[in-house]
Design a protein around this ligand. Structure first.
Ligand code: KG4
Ligand code: ZN
Length: 339
């Protein structure tokens, strides 16, 4: 089965072709980061309009790359939510338009399901069951993944997501959007232990997270200085921030593995690209004897490949989920455990 995947939930337009037999045939991505940069964050209306401009040229590109004609495509998968309503509507309407024109079924995919299945695109994929740590700009969750489509939420953030905390801290430090990569790069030149920030909910005895207090602690630290921080002070503060986030994420992941008795951890979402997080998880994996799996770096952040993959896996397992009504809805807010 050959599935076209379309991702337009936020500021990346991603298209891909995934074959049940041959794996990923082609994928293409357009990032809107440059367009949103001057506003310091994603402007939803601009995002929607740009997705409209990008989807069809990217489709033509992946068809050429894979050297297939639209007639070879068996189904169209699109991100149905969660995400920005207008941006999601672009993907949903184009996916359904193509499905109708090509007389092929369509399937709506949960964006986070795409992220948590994305390590299956790697050359050494994990087998089921596993614990997934989802750390993106909008979500921080620990899930127990029994098999495709069977997910249980173990814990989640009560306020800001980890990526959001990175982005807000970046703004406080005067760094460019998107903040995550900039903060983690700056932290690498900072000294460990100079700035001690709180570890929110580290000892809460559950698997939930809270990161808004940490961002406030960064802001208080800057205000207390009463002057502009030097480059070195900023680096030390970034280091303190990253160490606090990473310690909480690693500790809760280890607890989730102990609680479920599982020995495999999958890390997905943009923050999964963070080098300090990867280093600390590698150490914890040795100490606690578990394995860690990541998507390839290009599939850590939003992309079409994970949506095409999720569509193919779902249609293989539940062919009845293929829809031919072409009457679509989007779900800007959508709980993954409701699947
Ligand atoms: O999964 P993603 O691409 O989009 C969402 O679905 O949200 O994640 C984007 C988030 C942003 O908050 C970004 O700052 C963060 O991931 N991020 C990072 C890194 N790369 C991206 N955070 C920390 N370290 C990184 N290297
Ligand atoms: Zn995402």
């Amino acid at each position: 089965m050959l599935v076209l995947g379309i991702e337009t939930s936020c500021d990346e337009t991603g298209l891909a072709l995934y074959s049940g037999r041959h794996g990923l045939l082609a994928h293409a991505l357009h990032s809107q980061v440059e367009m949103h940069r001057e506003y310091g964050g994603v402007v939803p209306e601009l995002a929607s309009r740009d997705h409209i401009r990008r989807v069809l040229p990217l489709l033509e590109r992946i068809l050429r790359q894979a050297d297939v004609s639209p007639a070879a495509i068996d189904a169209v998968a699109f991100t149905q939510g969660p995400g920005l309503a207008g941006a999601l509507l672009v993907g949903a309407s184009i996916a359904n338009g193509l499905g109708f024109a090509w007389e092929r079924p369509v399937i709506g995919i949960h964006h986070l399901e795409g992220h948590l299945l994305s390590p299956l695109l790697a050359s050494a994929p994990p087998s089921f069951p596993f614990v997934a740590l989802l750390v993106s700009g909008g979500h921080t969750q620990l899930m127990e993944v029994s098999e495709v489509g069977v997910y249980r939420t173990l814990g989640e953030t009560l306020d800001d997501a980890a990526g959001e905390a990175f982005d807000k801290t970046a703004k406080l430090l005067g760094l460019d959007y998107p903040g995550g990569p900039a903060v983690s790069k700056l932290a690498e030149s900072g000294a460990s232990g100079v700035v001690a920030l709180p570890r929110p909910m580290l000892h809460s005895k559950d698997l939930n997270f809270s990161f808004s207090g940490l961002k406030t602690a960064v802001s208080t630290h800057i205000r207390r200085a009463g002057r502009l921080l030097s480059a070195r002070e900023k680096a030390d503060l970034a280091r303190g921030f990253v160490e606090a986030v990473v310690e909480v994420l690693v500790s809760k992941s280890v607890q989730a593995l102990a609680q479920t008795g599982l020995k495999r951890l999958v890390v997905a979402g943009g923050v999964g690209a963070n080098r300090q997080l990867r280093a600390q998880l590698a150490q914890a994996a040795q100490t606690h004897a578990f394995e860690v799996f990541y998507p390839d770096v290009e599939f850590c952040t939003d992309n079409g490949a994970m949506i095409a993959l999720a569509g193919a896996l779902r249609l293989q397992r539940w062919p009845e989920q293929a829809s031919r009504t072409y009457a679509f809805t989007v779900r800007p807010r959508w709980d993954l455990s409701a699947l």
